[in-house]
Write a protein that binds this ligand. Structure first.
Ligand SMILES: C[S@@+](CC[C@H](N)C(=O)[O-])C[C@H]1O[C@@H](n2cnc3c(N)ncnc32)[C@H](O)[C@@H]1O
Length: 270
C-alpha cells in the first residue's frame, strides 16, 4: 500500500511528472504521478473527470453537496471530487473493497468527506433523491448499456440534479459483428459495450428520465489514452496492470484515433 498522498509526493519524480503534465488538465497536474499510476485501473481517471467537470457543472455545486461516484474503483476520482469541489462523496464500487478505499481516502486526507461503500450498480442502497450529482468514470459501460438502466439510477438524483459519465467509446457505431480488421488481433468481446456519442444521446433521451445536455467526443482523447498507457506499461508496480496497459498500447496504436476514444454524457433529471 502506497503512503503517497496527492500533492505531497514521497520523492520528487520530475521526469515522470513532466511526462504526465498535460495542458488540458491543470487540476490533475497537481496530483502525484506515482499515486495515479499505483491506483489506476484503466485510462487516466482524473483527466477524464476533469474533462467531465465543466459539462456536469461541478464548480456550481454548493459546498457539501452530495455526489455519488459510481464504479469509483480505487477512489482516485472520489479524492479529486472532495478536494477540488468541496463536496461530500459516496465512493461506490463492486470490485474494490471499501476497507481498501478507506485506507487510501484517509491517506489522501478526505476520510471525513468520502464514504466508501461496496455496491452493485443494479442494487444501490440509497433513497430516491439522495444525491445532487452522480459521476461515473470508465465504469458506466459495464452496467449502463441496458435500455432500462438509466432511470434506476437517476431516481437517486434530486429533481434537477445531473448525472455525468465518461466511457471508452467508438466515434461511430460499427455495422455487423466483426471489428475492423486492423483491430481484430487486439479486440475483446467487452469492447462491444463501447458506443458512440450519438448512441448514448439517443439511449438516454429515449428513457425520458433526463434531458441530455451533453454527449460529445474528446478531441484527440486517443492520444491521451496512448500516452497514459505507455507510462503505465513502463511504470506500473503491478505486472498485471502493466500487462493490461501494454495491451491498450497495442490496441490504440493499431487504431491511431480512427475509431476509439472517449465520450462524455451529461443528463439533467427531469
Ligand atoms: C475500469 S474500472 C474503473 C475504476 C475507476 N472509475 C477508475 O477510472 O479508475 C471499472 C470499475 O467499475 C466497477 N463496476 C463494474 N461493474 C459494476 C457494477 N455492476 N456495479 C458497481 N460497480 C461496477 C468495478 O468495480 C471497477 O472498479
Amino acid at each position: 500500500m502506497s503512503d503517497i498522498t496527492p500533492r505531497t509526493p514521497r520523492t520528487p519524480d520530475t521526469p515522470l511528472t513532466d511526462r504526465l503534465t498535460h495542458p488540458r488538465y491543470p487540476r490533475s497536474n497537481r496530483y502525484d504521478a506515482r499515486w495515479t499510476i499505483e491506483n489506476q485501473m484503466g485510462p487516466h481517471a482524473l483527466w477524464l473527470l476533469e474533462w467531465l467537470a465543466p459539462a456536469l457543472g461541478l464548480d456550481r455545486l454548493r459546498p457539501g453537496a452530495r455526489v455519488l461516484d459510481l464504479g469509483c474503483g480505487r477512489a482516485m476520482t472520489s479524492v479529486f471530487l472532495a478536494r477540488e469541489y468541496d463536496v461530500q462523496v459516496v465512493a461506490a464500487d463492486l470490485w474494490v473493497k471499501p476497507d481498501d478505499n478507506a485506507v487510501r481516502l484517509a491517506q489522501a486526507g478526505v476520510a471525513d468527506r468520502v464514504l466508501p461503500v461496496r455496491a452493485e450498480a443494479h442494487d444501490l442502497p440509497f433513497a430516491e433523491g439522495s444525491f445532487d450529482a452522480i459521476v461515473s468514470v470508465d465504469a458506466y459501460h459495464y452496467f449502463g448499456t441496458d435500455d432500462l438502466y438509466l432511470p434506476t439510477v437517476t431516481r437517486l438524483l434530486r429533481p434537477g440534479g445531473r448525472i455525468g459519465v465518461v466511457v471508452p467509446s467508438v466515434r461511430e457505431e460499427l455495422d455487423g459483428t466483426e471489428p475492423p480488421a486492423r483491430l481484430a488481433p487486439h479486440w475483446e468481446p467487452g469492447f462491444w459495450s463501447f458506443h458512440s456519442p450519438a448512441w448514448w444521446r439517443r439511449n438516454w433521451t429515449r428513457t425520458g428520465a433526463v434531458t441530455v445536455e451533453t454527449a460529445d467526443w474528446l478531441q484527440d482523447g486517443w492520444r491521451d489514452w496512448l500516452l497514459w498507457s505507455e507510462v503505465c506499461a513502463e511504470e506500473s508496480p503491478s505486472e498485471f496492470m502493466a500487462g493490461l496497459a501494454r495491451d491498450s498500447v497495442d490496441l490504440i496504436n493499431a487504431d491511431e484515433g480512427r475509431l476509439l476514444g472517449f465520450t462524455r454524457v451529461v443528463g439533467r433529471r427531469i
